[in-house]
Design a protein. Structure first.
Length: 318
């Protein structure tokens, strides 16, 4: 049985909202063969053991030798407690590296693919994207119907800051969304009310983009609160471990149009944990609630990693 087939078999046990069946059961693999498995609950950051909440699972897509999928958690009042992405252990293995020679994972595409270096290797900002469906109940509340899960084998600009292998997960609003006008990447200025304190739209951070989830956009971050930004001017003081994760707002035409979470390959390979407490803006153009914590960690019970947004706070929707 292939590794991907095994991953699909595992997925079969978590298609029920909230958890799998308890005890042993017979499942069908992708090729139709029977698989006996001891099923376990899908573990989220939010503890739903007392049935105070339920887990909603999105569609599963191939990546590397494994799979990725979106998920969300609702409490008994129907409020969102968590939204995130699950990355199986094998999803971070055998990933394509060079966009000019390596095919994208099944169902994914190279959305940014520059001319290769003389030795055939790729470049910073080369990006493979897999678009994931958000569970409908979660999406209806947050105004987010799809996520873009991106793999950047040579990292993201700026150089010496994020130019290391990483996954970027975009959480774009249905409306407002991005566009093709590169001037609108930076003008008009995004109002301070729509960004957390300290966040600024980064110069040169605009990218053309074209998926079911998102169009062209720029990025806002807080350089002073990000340890990796010291490497921009003093790379000799860094050893490549400063960047582990980060949380950004994505912007276009003077509006914050969603969020983006960065997870470094270094962090995932070490199975380390990254937490970032987030300030929240006073207004949002996309939803009336925004996350105030990013967590990236390995979950042994799931045989994979979760990239999770939690601790939602109310804001004024404009």
């Amino acid at each position: 049985m292939s590794k991907f087939t095994k991953a699909l078999a595992l997925a079969a046990c978590i298609t029920i909202v909230g958890a799998c069946e308890k005890g042993g059961s017979e499942k069908k693999g992708a090729s139709g063969e029977s698989i006996s498995a001891q099923t376990v609950p899908f573990k989220t950051l939010t503890d739903c053991a007392d049935e105070s909440c339920s887990t909603e699972l999105g569609n599963e897509m191939a990546m590397g030798n494994g799979t990725v999928r979106s998920y969300g958690v609702l409490d008994t009042d129907g409020k969102v407690q968590e939204i995130g992405v699950f990355i199986s252990d094998e999803a971070i293995t055998s990933l394509p590296q060079d966009c000019k020679s390596d095919a994208a994972s099944e169902g994914a595409k190279w959305i940014i693919c520059q001319e290769a270096n003389e030795d055939g290797t790729g470049k910073m900002n080369d990006t493979m994207v897999t678009t994931l469906d958000v569970p409908e109940k979660i999406g209806n509340i947050l105004g987010i119907s799809k996520l873009d899960m991106s793999w950047l084998p040579y990292g993201h600009a700026p150089k010496n800051v994020w130019d290391l292998p990483q996954f970027d997960i975009h959480f774009p609003f249905l409306s407002p969304n991005g566009g093709e006008d590169e001037k609108a990447f930076y003008e008009p200025k995004t109002p301070k009310e729509q960004l957390p304190v300290g966040y600024m739209v980064l110069p040169g951070s605009g990218f053309q983009w074209d998926t079911e989830a998102l169009k062209g956009h720029s990025h806002a971050a807080d350089p002073k609160a990000s340890p990796e930004f010291k490497c921009y001017k003093a790379p000799e003081t860094c050893d490549g471990t400063e960047f582990q994760g980060n949380f950004l707002y994505i912007t276009y035409d003077g509006k914050a149009i969603g969020y983006e979470a960065y997870a470094s390959m270094d962090l995932l390979q070490k199975k380390a944990e990254y937490k970032q407490v987030l300030n929240v803006p006073s207004q949002s153009a996309g939803a009336d609630t925004v996350p105030s914590q990013l967590t990236i960690r390995h979950e042994p019970a799931n045989n994979g990693y979760i990239v999770s947004l939690t601790n939602y706070k109310p804001v004024e929707k404009i």
